[in-house]
Write a protein that binds this ligand. Structure first.
Ligand SMILES: [Zn+2]
Length: 486
């Protein structure tokens, strides 16, 4: 893609919103966005903006996206967007960050050149002997960033290697996941810009939209958007893919008005799918949860566990009464090759997928004001229901909670991290860091795509129980194949 002609790239860009294929979006993300970022870092903003605003990454004039949807789509995945970056707004940040990252190396290898550049930047414009277009553009980029309240170090501090502040801890306050690296200045400067955009969006949003914005963020919640469909498991069909993207941006997914098929409900449906996602009288929520079990079953199986689904508690080794009809979604017993998470105890997992909206489309309590508030309530409810399992010394209770827009609960994040760390110990010592990242990457793709597909299919199908068919669990791929997906 980087060697393609400009018209080819323009055609590629403008076709994006007209082509629903997830493969097209992945090509866009993995091929065109890095090329564009390289361009933004190398060329002064005034030059690249003319190209960017005229031809590149501009959504066609007949785009149906409302302004708020476009603003959200401009945000990175981690902020709940679709990584359709706004080149015009980003050019000062990327250009200044490129210089900030490279100045220390320039100072070490070519100290005279670096000193001259900094001397030029420290000299007031009227006193300069000549005009250097690149350095003048750099100064203007810094002024633009400073006006946007970014806290930038002086030029001589950058020359001595000033690094950007460490990013804040994640929402759950835990350490970085495998594959997360120390970011450079661009991450810092653009994050400040995106955080302001998102704050403006949330401030102007209705409670229902604010709940959606919060639910679209969170650790690993966007992994389904970057999963490479190298097999059937992480593949999203065109209707499902388009439904998920439209729901993420708050757009309608059902053009024709209808009524709920629940015999005791019969309420009018909304075009955004809120009623279908929350109505308990149709069997759709049960079907969604049943389909969401499958990817978790696959993950535990690949980690070496013997997994059984829909297991009655009275049929397990835990002491209970014969009349106990409670079911665990998954019971994973450590096999001979299991990685032995949670001190090797059997894992009793309950999978729950909750909507942040009510059947009427309103935000549920705390959904618009607390990140993951609805999910935390669902997890607390499950833990009360299985209090005896939670307190047992013969099992470990896992509530694998997720919101319909993708936000995961802390237990889901920690168990995948632990399984990946332990699984990587089976690899040769030199490959363990890479293997940990590869397994974590694969498993988040499996559960992310699997749960999001279950959400979309439970909304799109016409009705009835068991909307989503079960797929058999397959064997874990060899590490060499998992590494290829990195
Ligand atoms: Zn209903």
């Amino acid at each position: 893609m980087a060697k393609g002609t400009l018209p080819t790239r323009v055609l590629f860009c403008t076709a994006f919103w007209r082509c629903p294929y997830c493969n097209m979006r992945l090509l866009f993300y993995f091929c065109l966005v890095p090329w564009l970022n390289h361009l933004l870092r190398q060329v002064p903003p005034a030059l690249v903006q003319r190209t960017a605003t005229r031809e590149l990454l501009q959504i066609p004039a007949d785009s149906p996206l409302p302004p708020s949807c476009m603003q959200q789509a401009r945000l990175p995945f981690r902020e709940g967007g679709l990584e359709l970056r706004d080149c015009s707004a980003m050019t000062p940040a990327t250009y200044w960050s490129s210089w900030a990252d490279v100045l220390p190396a320039l100072h070490r290898r070519y100290p005279v050149v670096a000193a001259n550049a900094v001397a030029y930047l420290l000299t007031p414009a009227p006193d300069r002997a000549h005009n250097n277009e690149c350095l003048t553009a750099l100064e203007e980029a810094r002024n633009t960033l400073s006006a946007a309240h970014a806290d930038l170090p002086p030029w001589d501090a950058l020359l001595r290697g000033a690094a950007p502040p460490a990013p804040p801890l994640s929402d759950d306050g835990e350490a970085a996941d495998p594959g997360e690296w120390q970011h450079g200045w661009q991450y810092y400067t653009t994050s400040a810009m995106h955080a302001r955009t998102r704050a403006d969006l949330v401030m102007a949003a209705t409670p229902g939209d604010a709940a959606r914005y919060r639910s679209c963020r969170g650790r690993n919640n966007s992994r389904w958007l970057t999963a490479i469909p190298s097999s059937d498991a992480p593949f999203l069909s065109n209707p499902v893919h388009q439904c998920l993207l439209r729901r993420r941006l708050g757009m309608s997914i059902m053009p024709e008005a209808d009524i709920c098929e629940g015999a005791t409900c019969q309420a009018p449906l909304d075009p955004w799918g809120h009623h279908r996602a929350a109505c308990t009288r149709t069997g759709r929520i049960h079907a969604r949860r049943a389909a969401a079990l499958q990817p978790w079953q696959q993950v535990f199986s690949e980690a070496g566990y013997r997994v059984r689904s829909e297991r009655l508690l009275r049929d397990t080794h835990l002491p209970t009464t014969p009349a106990d009809n409670r079911r665990m979604d998954l019971v994973a017993a450590p096999g001979a090759r299991a990685v032995g998470a949670r001190r090797g105890m059997p894992l009793f997992a309950d999978v729950t997928v909750v909507s942040v909206h009510t059947r009427n489309g309103d935000a549920r309590p705390t959904a618009a004001t607390i990140d993951g508030g609805v999910m935390q309530q669902a997890v607390a409810t499950d833990r009360r229901k299985y209090a005896d399992v939670a307190s047992s010394s013969q099992a470990c209770l896992l509530v694998l909670g997720c919101e319909t827009y993708g936000r995961w609960c802390a237990a889901a994040i920690s168990i995948v991290r632990e399984l990946a760390t332990l699984k990587a110990r089976q690899a040769p010592p030199l490959l363990r860091g890479c293997a940990r990242f590869a397994w974590s990457n694969r498993w988040w793709a499996l559960v992310g795509v699997g749960v999001q597909r279950a959400v979309a299919e439970s909304l799109l199908r016409h009705g009835g129980q068991d909307l989503v068919p079960h797929a058999p669990t397959s064997l874990a791929p060899p590490l060499a194949d998992v590494l290829l997906d990195l």
